[in-house]
Design a protein around this ligand. Structure first.
Ligand code: GCB
Length: 600
């Protein structure tokens, strides 16, 4: 029943062979035509451009881009006279009318194309929040749900020589059965929030690959490649020219081949994030990208990077643009956010609570930051609903497919603060299993909750812990639970012999708001909270990492308090204007002490 249902819910692949959710690896490394910039847009809160007045899907929706044929003709919309929005970019911060908007906006972009013989064309979207219906020259190309992962639709047969019209209906309404669901502590930024491009690929092309060190080995590179197209049996070379290595394999009838090779590599470390050009060269196509090599494992309560125990000095980050606000995108935003983390002494970032844009992980690769990457399975998901599970599984697949060649990513997180129960355990263990089958090389985690044993002990015994490699835990002692000094003398216990990352702790402070240590919302209260927390963290024997909540203040509709919050969660160590709060420096001192055994 459930398999049948899942099948019915998924749109059929457009060009026969490609599976739903299949992504083209390394889209930034392909020949492409960028479709970023100004798009014409129509705000459509009633979905008038989609449904007719009987609420049936209309064959003449806005995707037809109609124009009056003569002076008497009635057409009630006109993209070309409508307002423009920037892509990439959320709509909420581009027009004050749209700050709280949740609903449909139609986007239109015209582009010219001159078809090259022997090419296949794919429309690539970095992300669209939440549901996107894509039309090219009046025809439906596909639909994607999930606001933080990429998607590709083949458009080979639909692109014309000359002018083409691409129209996308983006709907960011929150859905009870969605992933995330209706209730989150972040802004529901809508729109084409990441890059859009037209990829130009060969008729048979290298569609995906996974290149990594075998777990436990620092010399043996292993993985697989996959071709897409008609000529599926080919010789494919995997090359790392800098170390003079090349291995040739033959793909099978499905275009798939595995490989193994030995190489004398300089490993990827946060202190020395070495990356190599790796080329996958088939007979009909070749692609190159920068890849780092490292292993990550657990041994008892230790996390081992390249076989050595590491402590993950981290910080949690929302994908919120530094300084200008709204959704972050692109290299500049990534450099600023990750640069602040580095300045604090981090070797690790938790990218909460959904997959961030690809530039974040690519920059983390270059800058030497280990990454925790997460799907938006947050709080109160509908655990019993098969559609919800299907959506979570698809988003997990898209996240892993996009980033599995990134050395920086060490942890896949399947959930954040989810309530105990059987259906939830079934749901999450299914995600854990899937993550392991898509990527057996990384560690799997989740941000769990804790409970009291008496008044002075916190226990982590969530049954999900059994299935994870690393336990994450969110705790708010001193903020939602008592005052900062409550952390003093608090003991921690877990039933698992596994490493713990304290994946959240913290409290709100309005930057520049001062008072004594017991006055809420002041920098002094937040600083004192961090002081008590650090004292407690140092006493947890199985603690192997921390990612306090959070690097910068971020917008949240749950935070209305006038004069203080004004719809921002103020737990940032840095304000939304980029000013560091006192607690930033305290955390920085703790991290520098961890590295040097002394003050910075
Ligand atoms: C949490 C959530 C995070 C919230 C944070 C808070 O536990 O995981 O998304 O923003 O608490 O500030 O309450």
């Amino acid at each position: 029943m459930w398999v049948a249902l899942a099948f019915v819910l998924l749109p059929l692949p457009q060009s026969g062979a490609r599976a739903q959710g299949a992504l083209i690896a390394n889209p930034g490394g392909r020949a492409s035509q960028s479709l970023v910039g100004k798009w014409q847009t129509i705000i459509d809160p009633y979905e008038n451009g989609y449904y007719d007045y009987r609420y049936q899907p209309s064959p003449n929706g806005y995707f037809k881009n109609a124009k009056p044929r003569d002076k008497s003709d009635l057409v009630e919309y006109d993209f070309d006279k409508s307002a423009q929005l920037n892509v990439p970019g959320d709509w909420n911060t581009q027009d004050p009318r749209l700050l709280f908007y949740e609903g449909t906006i139609w986007y239109k972009k015209s582009f010219n194309h001159a078809r090259k013989p022997g090419t296949r064309l794919f429309l690539h979207f970095g992300a669209a929040n939440y549901a996107a219906d894509v039309y090219l020259n009046g025809e439906k190309v596909g639909r994607h749900e999930g606001g933080f992962t990429p998607f590709d639709f083949e458009a080979t047969g639909l692109v014309k020589d000359g002018e083409n019209v691409l129209i996308v209906k983006v709907d960011n309404r929150r859905l009870r059965e969605g992933v995330p669901t209706v209730n989150t502590d972040w802004w529901n930024y809508g729109g084409l929030t990441r890059e859009v491009s037209l990829l130009e690929l060969r008729e048979t092309f290298v569609s995906d690959y996974f290149v990594h060190l075998r777990r436990g080995s620092t010399r043996e590179v292993t993985g697989w490649v996959k071709l897409d197209g008609q000529r599926l049996r080919q010789r494919v070379a995997i090359k790392i020219p800098e170390v003079g290595v090349e291995k040739v394999v033959e793909t099978d009838a499905s275009g798939y081949a595995e490989f193994n090779l030995n190489a004398d590599l300089r490993l990827w470390w946060p202190e020395d994030p070495k990356l190599y050009d790796v080329t996958i060269a088939a007979e009909t196509d070749a692609v190159t990208e920068r890849i780092g090599f490292r292993t990550v494992e657990v041994r008892g309560a230790d996390i081992l990077l390249n076989g050595r125990p590491v402590f993950l000095r981290g910080v949690s980050i929302h994908e919120e643009a530094p300084l200008r606000g709204g959704r972050a995108y692109g290299v500049e935003d990534a450099r600023t956010l990750l640069g602040w983390a580095k300045e604090m002494g981090c070797n690790f970032v938790r990218l909460a609570h959904y997959p961030h844009n690809e530039q974040m992980v690519r920059e983390a690769d270059r800058m030497g930051l280990m990454v925790w990457s997460e799907v938006p399975v947050y709080w109160t998901i509908l655990w019993e609903n098969p559609e919800t599970l299907e959506s979570a599984r698809r988003q997990l697949t898209e996240m892993i497919t996009r980033d599995r060649n990134r050395a920086s990513v060490v942890l896949w997180s399947v959930a954040n603060e989810t309530p105990l129960g059987e259906a939830r355990l079934r749901f999450l263990t299914s995600l854990v299993k899937q993550a392991r089958s898509l990527d057996p090389t990384r560690l799997v985690t989740a941000a769990l909750e804790r409970h009291y044993e008496g008044e002075r002990t916190q226990v982590i015994d969530d049954p999900l812990g059994e299935y994870l490699d690393v336990l994450g835990c969110n705790e708010y002692l001193g903020w939602y639970d008592g005052l900062p000094a409550k952390a003093d003398g608090m003991a921690w216990r877990t039933v698992y012999k596994k490493p713990l990352i304290m994946s959240e702790f913290g409290g709100d402070a309005l930057q520049g708001h001062h008072g004594d240590e017991l006055t809420r919302w002041t920098e002094e209260y937040q600083e004192s909270l961090y002081r008590h927390q650090i004292g407690m963290l140092k006493r947890i024997p199985f603690l192997r990492g921390t990612s306090p909540w959070i690097l910068t203040d971020f917008r949240s509709p749950r935070r209305p308090l006038p004069g203080i919050q004004d719809f921002y969660n103020r737990k940032g160590l840095i304000s939304d204007r980029g000013q560091k709060k006192k607690a930033f420096y305290l955390m920085r001192q703790y991290y520098f002490e961890l590295v040097n055994g002394s003050r910075p």
